[in-house]
Design a protein around this ligand. Structure first.
Ligand code: AMP
Length: 215
């Protein structure tokens, strides 16, 4: 089973991809996480991507598609994958189609998480994660049970993404509408597109996704 989760930044793609990973044994492939790891490592790709990401723009298609091709060729991806944050442009989607057909693979579902722009700004600007295990939290919606201590691993340091600042969020939303939204008709024409109400609670969204995945 190979899936794409489509939706604007803050729609819940990462959270839901992790739940699908746990529930269905699929592998989450997040190009944003991969790029942040490259930036942290100070690699060539990281150096090229850092300033672009901080502005809220998209990293060039050539860099991303090469990175994605290498990731889906790894043995664990054979179990099936959930693409989270890729593709983000029509050329990336075309490259993905070519890549999959070369490997005799296909996409089972492309699922759009629909969320209003106004809600996204609040969702994104309040979010942070545990600096050790990556568990996600939010200033308004999900604080750790014991203040300042990660529920999952007990760590006491938390991190906020550099591009989750209000100024950058506007640029990221505009990149979504301009460059990524054209993927909706692209996958609609392939008969693969399904939509889920991303404004619903995390558990309701997860339930809707599992209905689609179970078929
Ligand atoms: P994300 O974690 O998916 O919100 O991605 C964070 C940032 O990484 C984006 O704002 C882009 O700058 C970059 N990025 C992630 N995935 C892609 C992609 N598929 N194409 C271009 N840029 C990407």
């Amino acid at each position: 089973m190979n899936l794409i989760l489509l939706g604007p930044p803050g729609a819940g793609k990462g959270t839901q991809a992790k739940l699908l990973e746990e529930g269905f044994g699929l592998v989450q492939v997040s190009t944003g996480d991969m790029l942040r790891a490259e930036v942290k490592a100070g690699s060539e790709i990281g150096l090229q991507a850092k300033a672009i990401m901080e502005r809220g723009d998209l990293v060039p298609d050539s860099i991303i598609t090469a990175m994605l091709a290498a990731r889906v060729s790894r043995p664990d991806a054979a179990k099936g994958f959930i693409l989270d944050g890729f593709p983000r442009t029509v050329p990336q989607a075309e490259a993905l189609d070519a890549m999959l057909s070369e490997k005799s693979l296909s996409l089972d579902h492309v699922i759009e998480l629909k969320v209003d722009d106004a809600a996204l700004v609040e969702r994104i600007s309040g979010r942070y994660t545990c600096g050790n295990c990556g568990e996600g939290y939010h200033d308004s919606f999900k604080q750790p049970v014991k203040p300042g201590v990660c529920d999952k691993c007990g760590h006491t340091e938390f991190v906020r993404r550099a591009d989750d600042k209000a100024e950058t969020v506007a640029a990221r939303l505009s990149a979504y509408h301009r460059q990524t939204a054209p993927l909706l008709p692209y996958y609609g024409a392939q008969g693969k597109l399904k939509a889920v109400d991303g404004m619903a609670s995390m558990t309701s969204v997860a339930a809707a996704l599992s209905v689609i995945v179970k078929g």
